[in-house]
Design a protein around this ligand. Structure first.
Ligand code: UTP
Length: 286
């Protein structure tokens, strides 16, 4: 039902300098898998078969990561490490069409999504921001897909955050709430503590109807020279219902150092091959 997903990966990643000087932030690994691969797998697992990266030329390593590597594969074969081939060239990528569209200037998330308009055409589509990492039995995108099927509207993943952190996020003003589904009345980008309409913040997963493009085109650059996705949603809300789905599960903001380390520890404790040792190490450190 949702066959196309947009992954904006063209941002500067300034919070991860100096690492992000030569390595795209989205290629930083949590244990042994780059952040961007977790997001691509999440999309494929709901049935997506076209992945559209909004990228910049210096982030070519993302492209390389999703291409088949025959030379490395034959090296693994020759050195009797054939069991690693499925990690190198995962089978699930073989049927996927990957698109790479350059965002020539980093003019914000809204501007990045706008670059995908031609490839998306008249289809509803998913957007995944790879620096938000989610862990739950039913994936975050799957939860959104179920809500999309129920409402036939654009749906945004949200979660509650501490009011002290509210200024870092897009924040919704909730209308009707039924179970996990909220009808959005309004949305504001990075409000101050005093002006925040709620403590319900937007996370990095969305399903949009193609009408979002009309509103992205109508959105002006803000004071910092960016086209904000939040501003486009704000206007979309005047014409269409948009819902927020309260995400159930773990979420790590890997665009920040704290979230990145948190995710690394949480995943290490889940990884059977190292969890026992890591627990010991943590005990020793404490
Ligand atoms: P962020 O604002 O979290 O990423 O954007 P950033 O700008 O790269 O990081 P900092 O704030 O400088 O540390 C969320 C996602 O949107 C992409 C980013 O690559 C990231 O995946 N993005 C952002 C774009 O593709 N283009 C943009 O112009 C801005």
């Amino acid at each position: 039902m949702i066959k196309k997903a947009v992954l904006p990966v063209a941002g500067f990643g300034t919070r991860f300098l100096p690492a992000s000087k030569s390595i795209p932030k989205e290629m930083l690994p949590i244990i042994d898998k780059p952040l961007v691969q977790y997001a691509v797998e999440e999309a494929i697992n709901i049935g997506v078969d076209e992945i559209i990266f909004i990228i910049s030329p210096e982030k070519y390593s993302i492209r390389k990561h999703f291409e088949k590597n025959e030379i490395f594969e034959s090296r693994l074969k020759n050195s009797d490490k054939t069991e690693m081939i499925s990690k190198l060239n995962p089978e699930i990528f073989s049927e996927i069409k990957f698109h790479y569209i350059d965002q020539e200037e980093q003019n914000g998330l809204g501007h990045a999504i706008l670059q995908a308009e031609k490839v998306i055409g008249d289809n509803s589509f998913a957007v995944l921001l790879p620096d938000d990492l989610f862990f739950s039995e039913e994936s975050c995108l799957d939860q959104l897909l179920n809500s999309y099927k129920k409402t036939n509207s654009s749906v945004i993943a949200v979660n509650k955050v501490n009011k002290e952190d509210i200024h870092k996020y897009g924040v919704i003003k909730p209308g009707d709430i039924k179970n996990n589904l909220i009808q959005i009345e309004d949305i504001v980008e990075k409000p101050s503590y005093e002006n925040a309409p709620s403590d319900i913040a937007v996370c990095g997963r969305y399903i949009f109807k193609p009408s979002i493009f009309k509103f992205l085109h109508l959105t002006n650059f803000d004071n910092s020279g960016e086209i904000q996705l939040t501003d486009a949603i704000k206007v979309l809300l005047k014409e269409e219902k948009v819902h927020a789905r309260i995400y159930e599960g773990e979420k790590y903001d890997c665009g920040s150092k704290k979230g990145f380390v948190h995710a690394t520890i949480a995943l290490a404790l889940r990884d059977e091959s190292i969890s026992k040792d890591i627990k010991e190490i943590i005990k020793e450190i404490i």
